[in-house]
Design a protein around this ligand. Structure first.
Ligand code: GLA
Length: 712
């Protein structure tokens, strides 16, 4: 709900209020973000406070007023606000800017052109005008009554020629206080590791300058009171609906804490000619008073209702067998048919043919860009494989890496200028990136993929991206290199949008060397994303735990792979691999032919068991029970919205013989309902399960357990 009273704006979602106002001089001041409050004048919260060395702007209404100390809604540069600005541009007259309120509009159609965005909601567009330059800024606020996520973005319109140097999507100044920040950092094979630290004075900045949101730092930052925990306390989340180079900042200043973010300004510049508009991507500002757990559930619901593709989000997911770790590049048609036979017999419903089916792709040194079937390797092409799938009641999926080009490819030989960068270029995984900032190259790749999707019965596409960008320029970007990273992302989004729109029957899964681009931008097009190339259940439990802070379980693609694990060499039980993979969109990625008869029966049972709990994964609320980073036990619980069913999965890292009668308290149940815990044969009230708890099973190293919990 959006309420406008004079120049005060009060935005309300399910439980939060977000209040700001334009003061008498037109400065847009942030007043409040948190639990719902009455709609009344709270401008006293931004009373001018005189501080030495904080200058007043030229026409300040009070000598104590300074942009340096007032809580701003979108801070700008050069007239005395020494905190980091949300916007910097340069024009002939210099860099200073001074934004003032001009008016507002309520709209239901404020979608940022060419960018992934929130679906639904009502939008307030607040218009600001610069008093020093001929520039207009519109701040968009999209509110959904069913959610505690407020979506913001900004648009800059030039009335004179200028160069944008920094355009953040949102900015706000939280009241002074002691806060902690939580970020999700990582690397290939170890994505989204939570890291919580105190926010000291100065800047906490997380960013990617890799042309992708990256494994290394996820575009998500939580800011919370020191006393906030997993289950209680005020927590704010700041996530970007963007998949490229980004920055998020929390800056503890002399009077408050500025939190803001958007496109990474490092290396960024964007020329705007008079009359042109620049649109920054959307950001999701979330609030919960129930700690990090509450915040994660706010985000999970928001993704499911407003970000993920609506026609896919709640449907049962394909359970795939992917041939990558079964064969790597070493396959031919008979080998694939054998894998399909094995999979069909176990109840797997989709076969996904991974890397190596196209051009001369015999290893990862060649052929990216040559999107035609290698008929030497696959006798008769894809059709015999697809027909075999169909005969066994299975669907067929195909891997692509649409954004890449190998030097050793027909495409590169024909168009050496289509690669990002000019020689000498960096290589990574022996490949270059295709210059998707150029629409004609997007068209070319679209046509290659569309042709295959039209010719063959392909129901699933795995879209991979296996290197980051360097050089940030192309053959045709002369003079506009600062725009390259964002223009590249616009090209990627244009391609994804067109494919998703024109092939509604195809299920798209995202991937980037595992979970390197696991973000809201990609999840707008792809209902799920490959969480990590590390499928060792011990490592995976941690990766999925970290990912769950900001993303729903159903967005995590999770496969059972071989033991010993190909990444870690660690041996684990098939049950452990299955249990951990059941906490997301489950699937298989191993040579099924190498399983014993007993293991095959176990896989069959896993698939039946997964389908039984799948609705909890797709629709349920996730409660993190025991933190694998801080304890010997990993445990999570998915609870149905009506609290009649729940599914717990746990893993013990090390067997500790002397560890007796350790209890685990459940969460999220109804205190007054009685539940039956199938595996333990116990029937107890929710209050008992949540407060007295259950005994942790006695397990050996890396063994797992599940509890199916049902209301009686
Ligand atoms: C990436 C993906 C893997 C696999 C390979 C193929 O690493 O994460 O799942 O598809 O590429 O080259």
């Amino acid at each position: 709900m959006i309420t406008v009273s004079g120049r005060r704006f009060h935005l309300r979602g399910a439980n939060y209020s977000y209040v700001f106002e334009a003061d008498g001089a037109g400065y847009l001041l942030h007043l409040y973000f948190g639990r719902r409050i009455a709609d009344e004048d709270i401008s006293f919260l931004a009373a001018p406070c005189f501080l030495s060395f904080s200058p007043e702007p030229p026409d300040a209404l009070s000598p104590a007023f300074s942009l340096d100390t007032e809580p701003q809604e979108y801070g700008c540069y050069g007239q005395g606000d020494f905190r980091r600005p949300a916007l910097v541009f340069v024009r002939e007259g210099g860099r200073a800017s001074n934004l003032r309120y001009e008016g507002y509009e309520l709209t239901s159609d404020a979608v940022p052109a060419g960018l992934p965005h929130v679906r639904g909601g009502e939008t307030l567009a607040v218009k600001l005008r610069d008093t020093l330059a001929d520039v207009r800024v519109t701040l968009f606020y999209t509110v959904n009554d069913d959610s505690d996520v407020l979506v913001r973005h900004a648009e800059i319109e030039a009335g004179e020629d200028l160069v944008l140097e920094r355009v953040f999507s949102f900015s706000l100044d939280l009241p002074a206080g002691d806060y902690d920040v939580l970020r999700l950092h990582g690397r290939h094979l170890a994505e989204r590791i939570p890291c919580r630290t105190a926010l000291g004075h100065g800047l906490c900045r997380i960013e990617s300058s890799r042309g992708a949101s990256s494994h290394q730092m996820n575009p998500f930052l939580a800011v919370m009171g020191r006393d906030a925990s997993e289950d209680s306390g005020d927590v704010y989340g700041f996530g970007l609906i963007y998949s490229g180079s980004f920055a998020l900042e929390a800056e503890r200043c002399q009077t408050d804490v500025r939190v803001q973010g958007g496109l990474n300004d490092l290396g960024f510049s964007w020329r705007l000619k008079k009359g042109e508009v620049f649109t920054a991507p959307q950001a999701m500002l979330a609030w919960s008073s129930s700690g990090m757990g509450g915040l994660s559930r706010v985000y999970a619901d928001f993704f499911r209702t407003h970000i993920l593709p609506p026609e896919r989000v709640f449907s049962p997911r394909p359970i795939v067998i992917n041939n990558w770790e079964a064969t790597y590049f070493d396959f031919d048609t008979p080998a694939l048919l054998k894998l399909i036979d094995e999979a069909a017999a176990l109840g797997i419903d989709t076969f996904v043919l991974d890397d190596g089916w196209f051009g001369a792709r015999s290893d990862d040194h060649r052929a990216l860009g040559d999107w035609y079937v290698n008929c030497e390797k696959l006798a008769g092409g894809l059709d015999p494989v697809i027909a075999h799938c169909k005969e066994r009641g299975m669907k067929f999926g195909l891997w692509f890496e649409p954004e890449m080009i190998s030097e050793n490819s027909d495409l590169f030989r024909a168009h050496p200028g289509w690669a990002v960068g000019t020689p000498p270029r960096c290589k990574s995984r022996d490949q270059y990136v295709l210059d998707l900032s150029r629409p004609e190259i997007v068209d070319y790749i679209y046509n290659c993929m569309a042709k295959l999707l039209q010719l063959h019965d392909i129901s699933y596409v795995k879209w991979d991206m296996n290197r980051h960008l360097t050089e940030f320029c192309g053959e045709k970007s002369g003079g506009r290199e600062g725009e390259f990273a964002h223009r590249y992302m616009l090209g990627v989004y244009a391609l994804a949008e067109r494919l998703a729109k024109n092939f509604p029957g195809v299920f798209f899964e995202g991937c980037s060397g595992g979970g390197g681009r696991f973000d809201a931008g990609m999840l707008y097009y792809f209902p799920q994303f490959w969480t990590s190339d590390d499928t060792d259940p011990f490592e995976r439990a941690k990766i999925q735990w970290g990912t769950s802070y900001a993303y729903p379980m159903s967005a995590m693609s999770c496969h059972v792979s071989a033991s010993p694990n190909h990444q870690t060499g660690r041996e684990t039980l098939l049950s452990a691999r299955g249990h951990i993979a059941s906490l997301g969109a489950t699937g298989y990625e191993l040579d099924l032919g190498k399983l014993s008869a007993e293991e095959k029966e176990a896989v069959k049972a896993q698939i039946i068991a997964y389908r039984e709990v799948e609705d909890l994964i797709l629709r349920g609320d996730l409660y993190r029970l025991s933190d694998p980073f801080g304890s010997n036990v990993f445990a999570e619980l998915a609870v149905s919205k009506d609290k009649t069913r729940a599914y717990a999965v746990g893993m013990v890292e090390r067997f500790i013989p002397s560890d007796y009668n350790r209890r685990l308290r459940l969460k999220g149940l109804d205190e007054n309902k009685r539940y039956h815990v199938r595996e333990l044969g116990l029937t107890l009230h929710g209050s008992t399960l949540m407060h007295a708890g259950l005994l942790l099973p006695k397990l050996h190293d890396l063994e797992t357990w599940v509890w199916h919990i049902e209301q009686v």
